[in-house]
Design a protein around this ligand. Structure first.
Ligand SMILES: *Cc1c(COP(=O)(O)O)cnc(C)c1O
Length: 431
């Protein structure tokens, strides 16, 4: 089954007249429909709020679309906090879910009035040293240890992860924070990544809701919110069934009523920190075939590389590829689709069946809207691409320009070398 692209060959042929490949393209319509569906699915919960995981797609233009629907920002670094402040997401619109946190980041997060989500019990003292008095609302990240299972399927291994407080530490932390004047509490947990099952959130919710009831009873604190964090995945493979956010929302509602409402805690707000689910399917990497190579295998070389999309090289992740204009043709050629890095893992696909690829064909690498551009780096001196937004009216807007050589060399701006590079850059009209 062919996965559909949200852009056509004709549209790409128009776009490349202004913006050469490779580029990441985002689908405004898809982003809007999806956030509306998420909001509807949790509309039963009064305080519901999505804090978009900025690290997934740190582009202010895209996050501003989500802001229209009431989304806040989930930040975990200094620069992410800056982005958030610059687009006006401050105060309770920021969830600061960091770990191994430098002191200056706590200071800045606190200045912005962010909700601070502690990753460790030792951070209570560390934070106190950083900011003096605690804010009224605080959150802690929970790690139950062991294996996280849904029915009998192992979803992930929290016992092996660096994040969060143990059960015992969580009780202790809430007591300490309460004694230091904190009034409202949140519980956060992220126990499995990229789950493609409607059971993940409800299963996680049940664990956290039961914990919340007991914590409130044992420690006397008021639990204000439960943050189910990220982890709702997307179907990267063709034919794979995606999550149904409506079913997920209803699943969480059911356990909410059974556990929280039943315990008189029907005022608890549900927060999420979704990244992948919000943007993943609504971005793609558009690239052009520029070489074919016939050696021990058949290779197609494209003008994008792992610098533009790292997931296949890093995790062996599957990203579907469509050769534009050949959607209906049989996939009867087997290729490795490669980038130009001097790294043999720079392959977007290995042994992939595709229609016959000709030089100059445009190829769409699907589902790059989250953890795509964002993971980019500059190995081999390769530059990061532009990001473009395909608007609902069909127009295309530049939402991040492509890097230029002078961006790559910017950190030498104290030296003569930089002056020389600038001369060369000007001579080559690359500035
Ligand atoms: C990465 C991350 C998220 C988002 O994860 P997705 O898999 O993109 O949904 C949310 N919260 C925290 C703390 C994260 O580190």
């Amino acid at each position: 089954m062919e996965k559909k692209t949200f852009v056509t060959k004709e549209q790409v042929e128009e776009i490349v007249k202004s913006y050469p490949t490779p580029f990441h393209l985002y689908d405004e319509k898809g982003i809007r429909e999806n956030i509306k569906a998420l909001r509807d699915a949790f509309s039963w919960n009064n305080g519901f709020k999505e804090y978009f995981a900025v690290k997934a797609t740190p582009n202010p233009f895209l996050i501003n679309i989500l802001r229209e629907y009431g989304c806040g920002c989930d930040c975990s670094s200094y620069t992410e906090l800056m982005l958030s402040e610059a687009i006006g997401a401050i105060g309770k619109d920021i969830m600061f879910s960091s770990n191994d946190t430098p002191m200056e980041e706590y200071v800045y997060a606190n200045q912005l009035g962010a909700i601070i989500n502690l990753d460790d019990i030792t951070h209570i003292d560390f934070l106190e040293e950083a900011i003096g008095t605690f804010p009224e609302t605080m959150s802690c990240r929970y790690n139950p240890g062991g294996l996280f299972k849904i029915s009998n399927d192992i979803m992930d291994n929290p016992g092996d992860s660096k994040y969060g407080l143990t059960t015992e530490q969580l009780y202790e932390a809430f007591k300490i924070l309460k004694s230091k004047g904190v009034k409202e509490f949140g519980i956060h947990a992220f126990l499995a990544s990229n789950t493609v099952t409607n059971e993940y959130y409800p299963t996680l919710a049940k664990v956290l809701f039961e914990l919340a009831v007991d914590l409130q009873k044992e420690t006397g604190v008021h639990i204000k919110f439960i943050n189910l964090s990220g982890g709702i995945g997307i179907p990267y493979q063709p034919g794979q069934e995606g999550n149904d956010i409506k079913v997920i929302g209803e699943g969480v509602r059911k356990v909410y009523e059974e556990v929280l409402t039943a315990a008189g805690m029907g005022d608890v707000a549900i927060y999420t920190e979704l990244g992948r689910f919000m943007m993943g399917p609504y971005g793609c990497l558009v690239t052009k075939a520029i070489h074919e190579k016939h050696t021990y295998k058949e290779y197609i070389g494209v003008d994008a590389c792992a610098v533009n999309l790292m997931r296949p090289a890093m995790y062996g992740a599957y990203h579907h590829i469509t050769v534009l204009g050949k959607e209906e043709e049989p996939r009867d050629y087997q290729y490795d689709v490669t980038g130009s890095l001097c790294e043999n893992n720079d392959k977007f696909a290995i042994d992939r069946m595709l229609p016959k690829v000709e030089m100059g064909d445009y190829m769409v690498i699907h589902d790059t809207g989250a953890h795509g551009f964002a993971m980019g780096y500059n190995y081999n001196g390769k530059l990061k691409s532009a990001e473009l937004l395909l608007k609902e009216d069909g127009n295309v807007e530049l939402i991040r320009r492509a890097e230029k050589p002078m961006d790559y060399y910017a950190t030498f701006d104290f030296s003569d070398f930089h002056k020389k590079i600038k001369e060369i850059s000007e001579r080559e009209s690359k500035i």
